[in-house]
Design a protein around this ligand. Structure first.
Ligand SMILES: Nc1ncnc2c1ncn2[C@@H]1O[C@H](COP(=O)(O)OP(=O)(O)OP(=O)(O)O)[C@@H](O)[C@H]1O
Length: 260
């Protein structure tokens, strides 16, 4: 079964067409990387996939059901999003932040139940955040905030998780741990990534956005080519298959003289 299918998505903001006829498909259980330069429309698309923004045209199906018209709570039990700079009330603790992930399962004033505590403990443990549970959000580093947000999303026990640059602010060890964790969850993962080599290594398939359009989709070895990097990023690169990981790996030579 296909988990998330976006078809013919248009979105305009400030009189500018930001997304233009975008088709995107994430199959159940796969990790789909969404790549593209700054301003290509990745965040806009992810917010539409998560139902946080309505497209002007086009549809999003989640497990075959249209997102439009679905109850927020129903969607939140199936899909969680980790945004780049989420607004968090600065007085709350990590524990309370992660507990927000349980909102779709609870009555408004109901106390946390056994299943809630188990989900929160699990989410804190797998993200390496158990030792931070009593810390105030305000005192966290950028990387710790990123991991706490991932824990909040995992506590939501979704089938699909949508992430906007989840490795932002993370040191290389946590980048590798986070992507390894995402791969191992068995969930459908749609993630924006800037690091092409990490994307090629950890994603089953890649979709590349440029100026609001999908310009390439496929397996990393099909998508990550020197020609694509030149055309989309205006950067000269050499792409080789890594002898160590087997994934395509780009070495950037410099900004291209033929600007894109
Ligand atoms: N509400 C808005 N009003 C006007 N323009 C917007 C709005 N939201 C996004 N944009 C513009 O749409 C374009 C795409 O933005 P978006 O954040 O989706 O790109 P992105 O690919 O995620 O970029 P980045 O890699 O820099 O995070 C940008 O030019 C941005 O300025």
């Amino acid at each position: 079964m296909t988990a998330v299918v976006a078809s013919g998505i248009d979105w305009t903001a400030g009189g500018v067409r930001i997304l233009d006829g975008v088709d995107l498909e994430a199959r159940a259980g796969e990790v789909l990387g969404v790549l593209g330069p700054n301003g290509a429309g990745k965040t806009s698309l992810l917010r539409i996939l998560a139902g946080l923004r309505r497209p002007d045209r086009g549809t999003v199906l989640l497990g075959g059901q249209p997102l439009r018209g679905a109850a927020r709570r129903t969607v939140a039990r199936r899909l969680a999003i980790v945004e780049q700079s989420p607004e968090v009330h600065s007085d709350i603790t990590v524990d309370e932040t992660v507990a927000l992930g349980r909102t779709p399962y609870r009555g408004t004033f109901a106390p946390l139940g056994r299943a809630d505590h188990a989900a929160i403990d699990y989410a804190l443990a797998v993200t390496g955040m158990s030792a931070y549970r009593d810390r105030s959000w305000q005192t966290l580093s950028g990387g710790e905030r990123q991991r706490a947000q991932l824990a909040r999303a995992l506590a939501q026990e979704p089938e699909t998780i949508v992430l906007d640059e989840p490795t932002n602010h993370l040191d290389i060890r946590y980048q590798l741990e986070t992507l390894t964790l995402l791969r191992g969850l068995g969930l459908t993962v749609v993630t924006a990534l800037h690091d092409l080599n990490l994307a090629a290594r950890f994603c089953d398939r890649l979709a590349v956005l440029a100026q609001g359009r999908v310009v390439a989709t496929g397996a990393p070895a099909e998508v990550l080519t020197a020609t694509l990097i030149q055309q989309v990023y205006a950067v000269d690169a050499v792409v080789e298959r890594s002898a160590h990981t087997g994934a395509p790996s780009a070495t950037y030579l410099g900004p291209s003289s033929r600007s894109g």
